[in-house]
Design a protein around this ligand. Structure first.
Ligand code: AMP
Ligand code: GLY
Length: 418
């Protein structure tokens, strides 16, 4: 079977890599892809939001039997709907279900209505009302832009001044464009965070092995929030007891809630959880594989990923047994100096003699003849499997040292926390 993957990051490289291991996959196309993906897939320079060109591409490539839509924007924008309307098979939620990520106002409404544990909140469309509320609120609290904002639309505010600045940035100065017209003001929660990705065909939901992300740019969780500077799987904090509690109180009720709302979810549903003293609570939902969680979860998957994608699309997830290795996995992201703010692109990357069992997932890279150049903030995810986190961590960092580009930086503490 030939498959098309939409996207260009480390997550998409990992998905392409996992698909390339399937004996049933003949050829992979990727739009637009990146330098690493181009070694295992045919990359075509069509942007993920150029829906007309994507639909034309699938129409004119009769050999493509499945399109995997990986990033949030095209899912929220309805690319799966567009492909299905033309009779094509697509993996990912339709727009009316992808809203679980695309609108925090919707996800908070859903959780409140169906009693799914999450932080208490207020929603504001009116700036003056938000000012009044934030002037009298108890701090710290969290101000969130309603819409998609590259993970940057969440501001933790320690006092009135910061609270008022956050809503001014969002509602008056349109820092996140329309995404910040509506804001959510949330109770501040404390606890450890864990990411649970799951396959869902609308009826059956199968959680994957857990992962932990490192969102801040620098060691000890200092610096700005990023798309994710590294991950590991599994985490010991996600005990079997917590896993059961999350399944019963969060995962299954979410699938049921979406069905009751007439928004059946098919694809990967991602639960960003905080383990608080009052139990696990939802911080956010994503309607897709997480990045860089995917980089440490899919290497642990024993089952053929194509079979799982097909089962999700066909609604037969209950018929397959999804298996995982007991190994641990660590991914260290190498980023460009300045990320997540201003950074330069086009720096030459040299990759020394890296160990054969290292998985080098490319994020922001591109080929220039024989040269490999940086092409984004997050550049590479150096990923290693090991018998435990310690071994995987040692292997990943030993190989990070062999990769060089001007301005490269990474966190040195991925895989240290529990
Ligand atoms: P989100 O984009 O909603 O996942 O938020 C980004 C990050 O902000 C999360 O991973 C948390 O670390 C933090 N965060 C979001 N909401 C809260 C909250 N209510 N309390 C404490 N931290 C939060
Ligand atoms: N790593 C978090 C995300 O993909 O949103």
């Amino acid at each position: 079977m030939n498959v098309l993957v939409i996207g260009s990051g480390g997550r998409e490289h990992t998905i392409c890599w996992a698909l390339s291991k399937s004996p049933k996959v003949d050829k992979i196309y990727c739009l637009p892809g990146n330098g690493g993906i181009s070694e295992i897939a045919e990359c075509v320079p069509i942007g993920v939001m150029d829906f007309d060109a994507i639909v034309d591409f699938v129409d004119s490539h009769k050999d493509i039997e499945l399109t995997v839509v990986a990033p949030d924007d095209p899912l929220a924008g309805g690319l799966v709907d567009r492909l299905e309307a033309k009779g094509h098979r697509a993996f990912g939620p339709k727009a009316n279900a992808a809203i679980i990520e695309a609108s925090k106002a919707f996800s908070k409404y859903l959780m409140k209505k169906y009693g799914i544990p999450t932080a208490n909140y207020e929603e504001f469309n009116d700036y003056d009302k938000a000012v009044e509320y934030l002037s009298n609120a108890k701090y710290p609290l969290v101000v969130k832009a309603d819409g998609l904002a590259l993970g940057k639309g969440v501001i933790i505010c320690n006092n009135v001044k910061e609270g008022l600045q956050a809503i001014k940035d969002m509602m008056i100065d349109s820092k996140f464009k329309d995404a910040g017209k509506t804001v959510i003001v949330e109770e501040f929660m404390t606890g450890q965070e864990v990411s649970i990705l799951s396959f869902c065909d609308g009826k059956t939901i199968v959680p994957m092995v857990n992962a932990r992300d490192h969102k801040r740019a620098y060691d000890n969780d200092e610096g700005l929030n990023t798309g994710g500077m590294g991950t590991f799987s599994p985490s010991a904090i996600y005990t079997p007891e917590i896993e059961q509690e999350v399944l019963n109180n969060i995962i299954l009720p979410t699938v049921e809630a979406m069905n009751k709302e007439g928004r059946t979810f098919k694809g990967v549903l991602y639960f960003g959880l905080m383990l608080t003293d009052e139990g696990a609570k939802v911080v956010e939902y994503n309607a897709r594989f997480g990045d860089p969680e995917t980089q440490v979860v899919l290497p642990r998957l024993k089952t053929d990923l194509l079979d799982i994608f097909n089962a999700v699309v066909d609604g037969t997830l209950d018929k397959i047994n999804i298996e995982w290795t007991d190994e641990a996995c660590v991914c260290v992201v190498m980023a460009s100096a300045g990320y997540p703010e201003k950074y330069e692109k086009g720096k030459e990357i040299t990759i020394g003699d890296i160990d054969k069992d290292i998985l080098l997932f490319h994020a922001g890279t591109k080929k220039d003849g024989d040269r490999l150049l940086t092409n984004g903030g997050r550049v590479l995810g150096v990923t290693a499997l090991g018998k435990d986190i310690h071994e995987a961590r040692q292997k990943a960092y030993a190989n990070v040292k062999k990769i060089k580009f001007d301005g490269a930086f990474c966190r040195s503490d991925i895989g240290i926390k529990k």
